[in-house]
Design a protein around this ligand. Structure first.
Ligand code: ASP
Length: 330
């Protein structure tokens, strides 16, 4: 373990998830997320108190499927408060893995922060054999102490690997190595408390974005329409009436059946983003599927991330051309 001359001061903001989950002793398969408080988790981690002085905040204790804009706003408030507080060096957020990538992406786009912000969680509950939460949290704290993590955008630490909040995606539903950044690999790795951060995000993040100074209360309504064989065009039409924007999770490079193309060609009101249900690759303008360019291509963003970026974009403009530019900037 490394020797820290001056111990750093790290805040852990806990929101629940499997890292705070419990069930039958030893079992991983059946448990309830968000039942153990942050102090209990920290108390179970050998040596964590040699890494940093810890302040613990229990923001909520929920399965991350119940985390949304109201929690994101509170996280944003806390992070920005601690970013300005000279007695704090970094922030760790514990979070359920199911929607961790959405919270990380929202914070990466909206935090007016410079200090390290690291999200982590676990795939096995605290009461299972070989629970992965303690090591993930230990390493997340070590990463938040690292000067390399300063101004690096919102990060996530999982299974010895450092990810960017922009690009990580949950890609495994039960194994402990549950996240990936697709073709980008990762930003780095860790060995115990040693940080090996190798890459930096090139895209604008946190205090560099147009959203960082935005006061965000409610987000525009944006839904995701999932394309599949024989998908129902009426459902898309209904969504376009009810929502300010719709992200189409298309097949392949953001494609869809001709019945969906007809609906899109008739649209002049609802902002549409074309993304893909395929994990790797990207979605660009398509002369065949969208000859009149009625949709904004999501580029590398997954449907769930394109949704958040469209919601934030709609707070600053309703102009499709400008939204397209925003998608290319972030
Ligand atoms: N359902 C859990 C959650 O997202 C899964 C997890 O944390 O791994 O809260």
């Amino acid at each position: 373990m490394g020797v820290y001359i001056t111990m750093k001061n790290i805040v852990i903001i806990a929101t629940g998830g499997t890292i705070a989950g419990s069930g039958k002793i030893g079992e991983s398969a059946s448990y309830q997320a968000g039942t153990i408080n942050v102090k209990q988790i920290v108390d179970s981690i050998p040596q964590i108190d040699t890494l940093a002085n810890l302040t613990m905040i229990q923001l909520c204790n929920l399965d991350s499927n119940d985390i949304g804009i109201s929690h994101w706003k509170k996280l944003r408030e806390y992070c920005e408060r601690y970013d300005k507080d000279d007695s704090i060096d970094g922030i760790v957020i514990t979070h359920g893995t199911d929607t961790l990538e959405e919270t990380a992406f929202f914070l990466n786009l909206t935090l007016n922060c410079h200090k390290p912000v690291v999200l982590t969680g676990s795939m096995r509950p605290a009461t299972s054999t070989s629970a992965d939460g303690p090591m993930n949290l230990y390493q997340a704290v070590a990463l938040a102490c690292s000067t390399d993590a300063y101004d690096a955008g919102v990060l996530a630490l999982f299974s010895d690997t450092i990810y960017s909040g922009r690009d990580l995606q949950k890609t495994n539903s039960y194994k402990t190595d549950a996240f990936k950044m697709g073709e980008f690999g990762s930003l780095g790795y860790m060995r115990d408390d040693q940080v090996y951060l190798l890459s930096e995000p090139h895209k604008k993040h946190t205090h560099q974005t147009i959203f960082a100074n935005l006061s965000i209360d409610i987000l525009p309504k944006v839904g995701i329409y999932y394309v599949h064989s024989d998908c129902d065009p009426q459902l898309l039409e209904d969504m376009m009436k009810r929502y300010d924007g719709v992200v189409i999770a298309g097949t392949g490079s953001g494609n869809y059946p001709s019945a969906i193309k007809d609906v899109i060609e008739k649209n002049d009101d609802c902002i549409l983003v074309r993304s893909s249900r395929v994990i790797e690759g990207a979605v660009f303008d398509s002369k065949y599927f969208d000859p009149e360019l009625k949709t904004i291509p999501a580029l590398k963003f997954s449907p769930q991330k394109a949704r958040i970026l469209l919601q934030l974009s709609l707070l600053v403009t309703k102009e499709p051309k400008k939204i397209k530019e925003i998608f290319s900037i972030y």
